[in-house]
Write a protein that binds this ligand. Structure first.
Ligand code: ATP
Ligand code: BTN
Length: 271
């Protein structure tokens, strides 16, 4: 049933649906690359804001903290957006939440019922039915106290089937197809991600992430849940209360103290 969808992307079909001014106006479309984020870093120029890199497959796709990201040919959206925000480096990680919010909005536009099913596991995971369907990886290069380049990577499993995942991932990963039984054209999803991202990025560039946070709160998989916080081997149980104004996680620790957690090296395990 899905065979038709194991086809190459048609970049012109993305362009047709774009309503952006900057994002995706130039698309670099590749067949194979190590990682679209690495390619983004290699190709970055200060004038290149908004360039989008897409690849049919990645041979060394990566997640946070250097983890591997499975990226088989034709079956997912493996893309990176090149950005040059005029914001201090310590604010750049917030873009991960802006990206996650944009993907959720895009999926809702493509199919309203799908949009409401996808949730955000702070700060960077996209879940469908408690399994991971995608993720965001924001990387930057800093010099002279400024972010010289930012590459925002988005991975979304569109039509992967069970045998596309390594066996150890089967329990925790899914795709739009596995989660809904439906096939989706990648082009329209990519266009809507860019359409949704641009205004949220403009807000970020003006110093606020209020709209993105509203979306992230509505779609949060963790607010109200008990989780385990894992930080460099230190493990702590907490109840997630909210997202703070800077995108930090507000938690109640086991002893009752309220704490704010910034993303950094923290991993969350849901209880
Ligand atoms: P964290 O809570 O720290 O985000 P995580 O296990 O989700 O933990 P990430 O670094 O966000 O870790 O994502 C990378 C992990 O995602 C990999 O270690 C692997 O377990 C899983 N993974 C790899 N490829 C895929 C994929 N295509 N779809 C879903 N999950 C994947
Ligand atoms: C995560 O959940 O840890 C983030 C996964 C991000 C994967 C995407 S796929 C496109 C881009 N290139 C990469 O190597 N990673 C990101």
């Amino acid at each position: 049933m899905l065979r038709y969808h194991y086809r190459n992307l048609i970049p012109d079909k993305i362009t047709q649906d774009l309503r952006t001014k900057i994002l995706g106006r130039k698309i670099i479309y590749l067949d194979t690359v190590d990682s679209t984020n690495s390619e983004g870093r290699r190709r970055f120029t200060p004038e290149g804001e908004g360039i989008v890199i897409l690849s049919e497959q990645q041979t060394a796709g990566r997640g946070r903290l250097g983890r591997e990201w499975t990226s088989p040919r034709n079956k997912g959206i493996w893309m990176s957006i090149l950005l040059k925000p005029d914001q201090p480096p310590d604010r750049i990680p917030r873009l991960t939440m802006v990206g996650a919010a944009a993907v959720c909005l895009a999926l809702e536009i493509v199919e309203p019922s799908l949009g409401t099913k996808v949730q955000i596991k702070w700060p960077n995971d996209l879940l469908l039915g408690e399994k991971k369907v995608g993720g965001i990886l924001t990387e930057m290069q800093v010099s002279g106290g400024k972010a010289q380049s930012v590459v925002l990577g988005i991975g979304l499993n569109v039509s992967l089937e069970e045998d596309d995942f390594p066996s150890e991932l089967l329990m925790k990963a899914t795709s739009l197809y596995l989660g809904t039984g439906r096939a989706y054209d990648r082009e329209i999803i990519i266009a809507e991600i860019l359409n949704s991202f641009e205004p949220l990025y403009q807000e970020f560039s003006g110093g606020s992430i209020a709209k993105s946070l509203t979306i992230c709160r509505q779609r949060s998989a963790v607010i109200g849940r008990n989780v385990i916080l894992v930080n460099k081997g230190i493990v702590e149980e907490a109840e997630v209360l909210d997202l703070g104004p800077q995108g930090e996680l507000v938690v109640k620790l086991a002893k009752g103290d309220i704490a704010s957690v910034v993303s950094g090296e923290i991993s969350l395990r849901m209880l």
